[in-house]
Design a protein around this ligand. Structure first.
Ligand SMILES: Cc1cc2nc3c(=O)[nH]c(=O)nc-3n(C[C@H](O)[C@H](O)[C@H](O)COP(=O)(O)O)c2cc1C
Length: 357
């Protein structure tokens, strides 16, 4: 039986265990540039023993940022500070990953601790783009520009350029952020996509933007390295995107070379207050996709307990687990989990600490 501390190999990459740090926006970059904060934030979680560290949603162009302080990879100047981080993460036994993102209609917003609302132009806001000229709603009142075919091509070009920079920065794992109401999700969800051209309407048309973007990234990403996609597996909204559609999209992504589906959900409309949050609340999506599509999956969402995480892996509900908030509370969670599960600490505790803990 596979357990949480077994290695996981995908393409030429081997994770030392099945524990990953889920991507988490920090909103402290200046003009997209990573700082010492990111080195310590991500580096300490590598020291803590995680197998995979996925850096936060990183914007492929400035208008694709959620807030003015998001991380970015739209310019060459972003590469070197990220290389410093990937080197450190590798040196401490973890695999450095990054999530490339475009916020779409959820862009041009203040940071969570500053209200999470649309910014006016005079507050430093900018024109956002989306499949249709529909605001997200509530505090995100900004109406995006409906993308024309040139806009679609420009954004896909930006994903390709950022993918090339991610290679240069030393990343060994790449994830396309296609969840949480951001640009890709807003194309495949019928809630936010009201287009009548080949990018809207039918299922095939709504998934086109995500599949095309993935294919274009895949064409430049090294064949021997994993390329994953994070999906919102359900909108949790009547008339919205469903798990059945996610399974069909996952089959399509598998066919065009996706190595893993990272199974999240929701956040495509302000209805998230109604979600059934609870321990492991999204694991059933991962289980369904893994078993019905035959593709590797990551489970995420209120996975906090070592026994719970081990069970998800042992029962074949996911290939890896990703932890977000629990990793903020405890960067050493993998070390603590190893102790709880009686796993040998040698593979995950750095030498300067090992003798003393
Ligand atoms: C501070 C913070 C920032 C986040 N930023 C991102 C992000 O950049 N990309 C993303 O896909 N999800 C993001 N998320 C969602 C997490 O990756 C994760 O899916 C979610 O928090 C559920 O996992 P948890 O219950 O372990 O926290 C963020 C979550 C938090 C708490």
């Amino acid at each position: 039986m596979t357990n949480l501390f077994d290695t996981f190999t995908i393409k030429s990459v081997t994770l030392r265990n099945r524990i990953g740090v889920s991507p988490m926006c920090q909103y402290v970059s200046n003009d997209g540039v990573a700082s010492d904060w990111h080195l310590v934030h991500l580096g300490s979680r590598a020291i803590g023993g995680a197998g995979l560290i996925i850096a936060e949603a990183t914007a492929v162009e400035p208008r694709g940022r959620i807030s003015p302080r998001d991380a970015g990879l739209w310019a060459d100047k972003h590469v070197e500070p990220l290389s410093r981080i990937t080197n450190f993460v590798k040196e401490h036994g973890a695999v450095p990953g990054i999530q490339l993102a475009h916020a779409g209609r959820k862009g041009s917003a203040s940071r969570p601790w500053e209200g999470d609302h649309s910014l006016k132009d005079e507050e430093g806001g900018w024109e956002t783009v989306a499949p249709s000229a529909l605001a997200f709603g509530e505090k995100l009142w900004r109406i995006p520009k409906e993308m024309n075919h040139q806009d679609i091509k420009d954004v896909q070009d930006a994903f390709v350029a950022a993918t090339k920079r991610a290679i240069e920065a030393g990343y060994k794992w790449l994830e396309l952020h296609a969840a949480h109401g951001y640009l890709c999700h807003s194309f495949y969800s019928p809630i936010s996509n009201k287009r009548t051209d080949e990018y809207g309407g039918s299922f095939e048309n709504r998934i086109r933007f995500t599949v095309e973007t993935f294919e274009r990234m895949k064409a430049v990403w090294p064949e021997n390295l994993p390329l994953a996609v994070r999906l919102s597996c359900s909108d949790w909204v009547e008339g919205g995107w469903t798990i059945e559609e996610t399974i069909e999209l996952s089959k399509k992504l598998k066919k065009v070379g996706a190595d893993m589906i990272d199974c999240s959900s929701g956040f495509g409309s302000p209805d998230h207050k109604k979600y059934p949050f609870g321990p492991g609340w999204q694991v059933h999506f991962s289980e369904a996709i893994r078993n019905q599509v035959g593709i590797a999956t990551a489970a995420v969402g209120l996975i906090t307990d070592p026994g719970q995480a081990n069970e998800i892996i042992a029962e074949g509900k996911a290939d890896i687990v990703l932890l977000a908030r629990q990793m903020l509370k405890d960067p050493y969670w993998p070390q603590h989990a190893a102790k709880t599960l009686n796993h040998d600490l040698k593979s995950i505790v750095p030498s300067p600490y090992l003798r003393w803990i």
